[in-house]
Design a protein around this ligand. Sequence first.
Ligand code: URA
Length: 245
Amino acid sequence: MRLQKYLAHAGVASRRKAEELIAAGHVRVGGKIVRKLGTSVEAGARVEVAGKLVELPHEHRYVVLHKPEKVMTTMRDPGGRRTVAEMIPKNLGRIVPVGRLDYDTAGVLLMTDDGDLAHVLTHPRFGVEKTYRAVVRGKLLAPDIKAFLAGVRLEEGSAQPAKVRVVRTGTGFSEIDITIHEGRNRQVRRMFEATDHPVTSLVRLRFGPISLGELKIGNWREATEKEVSSLRALANSAHSAEDDG
Ligand code: URA
């Protein structure tokens, strides 16, 4: 594979930016600086950008599960409840959930054996954007929406501002899309409770670049190359943020 394509797939930068990095002498292959565009990278070669190892995503596995309600986001449950491990084939290897969805929450759950990426994606400091579709009691009015935009007050301190969109309102309920980038325990449910609109159903529609799309409840698919590159790009930018202090 050509070096600039390798870097783009690894989520380092767009292909054009990758070419600039190469030309500027920031990229090493097998320990040597390579400035020639189109240099071929052999399988297993050590590629570094600014001194950091860059790996291709397909060395790991990334699975998107549409988790149903009443399933634990764990690989085993001592209480004998259904777990996400039972929803995927055993031959997918040692993949584990990235973060957690509540027992009663359905929707997008990423599972991977890429521990480094999982760590970054769940680290509160690098909050990945997540969108949920919530059905809540009552009608969400302008002051409620303002409260979400300002940061709903929770027991342990105010949540960061959340974006909300009213999808539809029916008799005694509202359907809301809410986007947050924190991952506190039962956060969405508690935010709606705090505004007197308890949640009756919750589905995660999106986790960063990964959307639920047409994936049927209880089904899984491999993440696309594009999704994995975007995840990697998020992780890489988080790492640089960490380096910058
Ligand atoms: N917020 C919740 O309340 N529950 C989830 O499962 C995820 C976010």
